[in-house]
Design a protein around this ligand. Structure first.
Ligand code: PHE
Length: 453
């Protein structure tokens, strides 16, 4: 890697980092988590997690990445030589590979639906038909895998072109496209008759639903959505330049990412209500993980020019997923390039193979292998829970302890103020949050979520 590997422009820095953050987590996962866990109340807990934990932990990752200019394992070796802190980097690599495995499967589903939308195969079906087709599709052995492998191959093309020509160029094109599609959808959804009921369902807080388990889920969702706790942002910030304003970048990314999650809710719930679906009374399958694959195509079918809306929506989902999977890969690719001195192409190929094997297992665990259970969950669900809800916050906890208690404070100050060139009134507050608030709250949320306090 070395000094040359950098993002070329300021826009590129924001586009790539927001590209990593905005993904299936915002458009597929967030709306159903919110829908099932108290609507507006979940949203409030979620926003608090972003502000109190997300932004400080993101700043902590930026300090580590830009200071060390290295991959997520080597970064800790450089900053704390002779210690075991680099194990945090290995946790990150484990989490990225696991998440990639199942993320690729769902990304494959989005390609299948994009294809169906294009070929007009979604038009004119009933809700029951959508459900039956979706079930048959995700449980079949071959077709979901084919799409996952195609998605993997698209990742390969981008990653093997390198940081500027591959990752940055793709993000500069795709992220503006994503925001345009989102805005078009918002206007469409909010002008449907009866949409206000959906808005009030999404934004109305039902505090009775807020339990310690829900808070743990909101925290996991925040880490997942902001791509935190696994070294992705350590790797990406090693490509930032000396002038990048880290605190401003972190707040911008958190703000844009949260806006996309909220916009997704603002699009999805009013559209559902306008079509006579009520997530509060209809079965969990209407709002659960099936939300975007079963419920929404059905909703689009009831609008004029339904094919256009389906194509746009699944294009949105595909774009969001692609910029995120590329960032997940880059953590491991950068590690292999540095640590094993491999060429980028070779590192990317090896990672493709590993992820292809994992995706195969995850995809089959929904169909043929669904009897295999880990703690009562399918392999797929168990991995999602273990990586997103447990590993990421644990990674975030260790990263904040590292910055707050191990690395010298003046190093964080130098990074967050660009060596005192920036007047940074927020430095003390951010450092305080990294040192005390984030670790204590993450530990408390875990203890109460697991019923220990
Ligand atoms: N943040 C991405 C999303 O919301 C997913 C992701 C998670 C990407 C973790 C990288 C790391 O979909």
């Amino acid at each position: 890697m070395g000094e040359q590997t950098k993002f070329a422009t300021k826009l590129g820095i924001i586009a790539t980092t927001v590209g990593s953050a905005v993904g299936l987590g915002n458009i597929w996962r967030f709306p159903y988590e919110a829908g099932m866990n108290g609507g507006g109340a979940f949203l409030m807990v979620y926003i608090l997690c972003v502000l109190i934990l997300g932004i400080p932990v993101m700043c902590a990752e930026f300090v580590i990445g830009r200071r060390s200019k290295s991959d997520t394992v080597d970064a800790f070796r450089k900053l704390a030589p002779g210690t075991r802190w680099h194990y945090i980097g290995y946790i990150g690599i484990l989490a990225s590979v696991l998440i990639l495995g199942y993320y690729m499967v769902i990304s494959g589903w989005t390609l299948e639906y994009l294809f169906k939308a294009f070929t007009n195969d979604l038009a004119g079906k009933t809700a029951a038909e959508f459900k039956a087709e979706q079930n048959a599709f995700i449980q079949s052995d071959f077709r979901p895998l084919l799409w996952a492998y195609i998605f993997l191959f698209i990742n390969y093309i981008i990653l093997s072109r390198g940081v500027q020509k591959g990752i940055e160029k793709m993000s500069n094109i795709l992220m503006p496209l994503l925001f345009v599609i989102l805005v078009v959808f918002c206007v469409r959804s909010l002008t449907l008759p009866g949409s206000s009921k959906g808005l009030s369902f999404f934004l109305h807080p039902d505090f009775s639903k807020i339990t310690p388990q829900v808070i743990i889920r909101a925290m996991g969702q925040a880490f997942f959505s902001l791509s935190l706790g696994m070294g992705i942002l350590i790797t990406y910030s090693s490509y930032f330049n000396a002038k990048t304003h880290l605190i401003k970048t972190a707040t911008t990314v958190a703000l844009l990412d949260t806006s996309v999650a909220i916009l997704a809710g603002v699009i999805i719930f009013p559209a559902m209500f306008a079509c006579g679906l009520n997530p509060a009374t209809d079965s969990a399958s209407v709002v659960g993980p099936d939300l975007v694959f079963v419920t929404l195509p059905n909703v689009f079918n009831q609008m004029p020019v339904s094919t256009l809306w389906s194509v746009l929506f699944f294009l949105l989902l595909t774009v969001a997923a692609l910029t995120s999977t590329v960032s997940l890969f880059e953590v491991t690719v950068a590690f292999l390039i540095n640590y094993m001195h491999m060429s980028r192409k070779k590192a990317t190929r090896i990672m493709m193979l590993i992820v292809a094997v994992l995706s195969t297992i995850f995809s089959l665990s929904i169909g043929s292998w669904s009897q295999v259970r880990i703690l009562g969950k399918t392999i797929f669900d168990a991995c999602d829970y273990f990586s997103a809800i447990i590993l990421l916050p644990v990674g975030g906890l260790l990263i904040s302890i590292f910055i707050g208690w191990v690395l010298k404070r003046h190093i964080s100050r130098e990074e967050l103020t660009n060596r005192n060139k920036l007047h940074e009134p927020l430095f003390n507050a951010i450092f305080f949050s990294i040192k005390y608030i984030a670790p204590i709250i993450i530990i408390l949320i875990f203890l109460s979520g697991f019923g220990i306090i």
